[in-house]
Design a protein around this ligand. Structure first.
Ligand code: PHE
Length: 451
């Protein structure tokens, strides 16, 4: 291993740049694609309320833990743990593996959204959800087309990550995140002015606690994890590019708030529109790619296309700012730990990831029947990363901060050597020691089907 060159390390040059990049990592397919369909499927208000509680307890606590590890060491996750406590190096390794695995299928969905930008603009839009469902299936089950769109999506990632932090990821996030918010607001206004919008809002926000089953609670908890990009060293890696002046407590509050806001607004776009047009809320993962285009089609050919374009462009941006962070986790490991230069790290990583993505994409079509534990390649990667690696990572990260890192050093890092007040320090340590690991353990056991 080569000594990492800490002094030459690239950095986020502005406070807002870091917040937007970290929020960009968090805001992704998890918010716009997954959250609305989970809320629709799991009974609306009660799910949303429980999700919010999870974000408050888990989101802030674990994010702060990741931030201080990265900022303190100025190293990406593997080397950060190696420096702090060698016994925990494997946690960083698990994170790199998780990033690798998620990047083995996430760009495929990113590719679908890029394809849908063009499909809604130039393709056929039908108000019939069955017709749109057929169109979606023929895209994802195809041989070359989804791989082509995945390649386009991967190239966008490569072009940005190869430029590094300040001129690559930070600059891109500063443009993309505000754009995403702007587009989302346009769609929210459109959705709220539809007839019967109030009924959809009631579904989303008025809890019916009889629907809060164990399954629904677990789904909400898992979603909080994935959506906030926690448990796999992503926030450790981003914070490693952060200067010692930043207020981490503040950042760990703002980023989960932004992430949650986008998830809720995406729910406000999709749920009232679905109710208003009488579509099925329970349509699962197809909600965004099937129901939403059908809804847009009902607005007439031109308006429908415009809104469709805005919607899928927004999803592609959201996905891109997340996959940048995933790619950066692997790339920064190769730079810090293996001494590679950035260009080589990005190129080689991307080629390998693209090959895995091809396999994931084909597992929707010609390799549909190749299954392990009843899952195709795509689902298996998703399951293993999100239900096993991220929860495990989250447990070890909080346990490390709560029990194994010197408490005075933790306090010094969180408070910037005493210059920032953090009155909830002891509450947060308690969360790291007990509450968060226990909650995550429950998700994990549930995820692997043990409870
Ligand atoms: N948070 C991203 C999303 O909501 C996904 C992600 C998970 C990104 C883990 C980075 C790390 O889509």
């Amino acid at each position: 291993m080569q000594e990492p060159k800490v002094s030459q390390r690239d950095q986020f040059v502005s406070k807002i740049g870091f917040i937007l990049a970290a929020a960009g990592s968090a805001v992704g397919l998890g918010n716009i694609w997954r959250f609305p369909y989970l809320a629709g499927k799991n009974g609306g208000g009660a799910f949303v309320l429980f999700y919010l509680s999870c974000v408050i307890v888990l989101g802030f606590g674990l994010m702060l833990a990741e931030f201080i590890i990265g900022r303190h060491t100025q190293l990406s996750s593997v080397d950060a743990f190696k420096k702090l406590d060698k016994r925990f190096t494997f946690v960083g390794g698990m994170g790199v593996l998780a990033a690798f695995i998620i990047m083995g299928y996430y760009p495929v969905v990113g590719g679908w959204s890029v394809a849908y930008i063009f499909k809604t603009l130039f393709g056929e839009l039908s108000t019939d959800a069955a017709v749109m469902g057929g169109a979606f299936e023929s895209l994802i089950e195809g041989m070359f087309s989804p791989i082509f769109w995945t390649a386009i999506y991967m190239i966008a990632n490569i072009v940005i990550v190869v430029k590094g932090i300040s001129t690559g990821i930070e600059r891109a996030s500063k443009v993309m995140l505000p754009t995403l918010f702007g587009l989302l607001i346009i769609l929210v206004i459109r959705s709220l002015t539809l007839p019967n919008a109030a009924e959809g809002l009631r579904y989303l926000f008025v809890p019916d606690f009889s629907k809060l089953t164990g399954d629904v609670m677990m789904a909400a908890l898992g979603q909080a994890f994935f959506s906030l990009s926690l448990g796999m060293g992503c926030m450790i890696t981003y914070a490693s590019y952060l200067s010692k002046k930043e207020n981490l407590v503040e950042n760990a509050t703002i980023v989960p708030i932004l992430d949650t806001l986008v998830a809720l607004l995406a729910g406000v776009v999709i749920i009232p529109a679905t109710v208003s047009f009488g579509f099925d809320l329970d349509s699962g993962p197809g909600l965004v790619f099937v129901t939403v285009p059908a809804i847009f089609a009902t607005m007439g050919p031109i308006i429908g296309r415009i809104f469709g374009f805005i919607f899928f462009f927004m999803i592609a941006i959201a996905a891109l700012t997340s996959s940048l962070s995933l790619l950066e986790v692997v790339v920064s490991y190769l730079i810090d730990n293996r001494g590679w230069d950035r260009k080589k790290a990005v190129t080689i990583t991307s080629i390998i990831l693209f090959i895995i993505c091809i396999a994931s994409s084909l597992s929707m079509g010609i390799w549909k029947d190749k299954k392990l534990m009843d899952m195709n390649i795509f689902d298996l990667l998703d399951w293993f990363a999100n239900n096993v690696l991220l929860p495990l990572g989250g447990i070890f990260i909080t346990l490390f901060v709560g029990w194994f890192w010197d408490k005075d050093k933790v306090k010094a890092e969180v408070t910037n050597d005493g210059s920032i007040k953090f009155t909830l320090f002891n509450v947060w340590i308690f969360l790291c020691r007990f509450i968060i690991p226990i909650i995550i353990l429950l998700v994990l056991l549930r995820g692997i089907g043990l409870i």
